[in-house]
Design a protein around this ligand. Sequence first.
Ligand SMILES: Nc1ncnc2c1ncn2[C@@H]1O[C@H](COP(=O)(O)OP(=O)(O)OP(=O)(O)O)[C@@H](O)[C@H]1O
Length: 294
Amino acid sequence: MRVTGLRKTYGARAAVDGLDLVIEPGEVFALLGPNGAGKTTTVEVLEGFRERDAGEVSVLGEDPQTAGLAWRNRIGIVLQSSTGLDLITPREALRSTAKVYRDPRDVEEVIAAVGLTEKADDRVGKLSGGQRRRLDVGLGIIGRPELLFLDEPTTGFDPQARRDFWELIRGLKQGGTTILLTTHYLDEAEHLADRVGVIAAGRMLALDSPANLGGRASSQATVTWEDESGTRHTERTSSPTQLVTRLARDRGGEVPGLTVTRPSLEDTYLSLIAPHLAGGEPDHATARELEDAK
Ligand SMILES: Nc1ncnc2c1ncn2[C@@H]1O[C@H](COP(=O)(O)OP(=O)(O)OP(=O)(O)O)[C@@H](O)[C@H]1O
């Protein structure tokens, strides 16, 4: 997938403001950014649901704006919420969606993979928020997509469901599926993504592996330990191994209360976006109304 100079404006405001992005086949890419950053708009352009104002976009070799049904069959989409399924069951929803595709996954396998075996014959309207979301994911993968878009897929999941979902995504990746994920959960991005892109105000601020984002891997470490009297010490250093070795030598063995930490992905993310949060997001509702009224 290749995006060059993507731009989308609503009224006078640019929601996406000159975005460049290349995602390799088989990669899991996480798009991060604060509310209103332009993630959903970007993803909707890539999915062919929104027209762009400028820029070049190629997804699975085609322009989503003009690509046809054959192209759509090769992509899977999990939107922020699906509607209109309340009166049928997850099994029925998956069966009827599977019929749309040329080479769908087995419905029973998908039900098991998303952990809905026990709820497969309940009405969708009676599912909990997290169970509903699992169904959304099932519907997104039933067509065996080459490329899967996941918009905030685990919102409302309990911790176990989130782990199960991560396993599912790893399995899809191993099977060669390319995945573009948007999420507000930094741990999710860290666990799943080969690379992450941080966007704010429609621009890419940083793009790297989770380990290296914003120079994380080479940033200073914080070492804390306790001395003989139990007093805590903290030192920031770019050579923590040397410091720990010296402390261990001085103590002749174990260093009490020793911790070595580097900035978490969340720390790095928050410092990247901090300059873009000043003043907050102005008046979205009005811009949205303007666009929807068109
Ligand atoms: N249909 C629309 N009409 C007008 N403005 C819109 C429309 N959709 C989005 N916007 C505006 O474009 C900007 C980017 O919105 P977008 O939904 O892409 O952000 P996001 O990064 O997905 O946010 P979130 O994390 O809250 O989902 C926001 O300022 C939003 O108000």
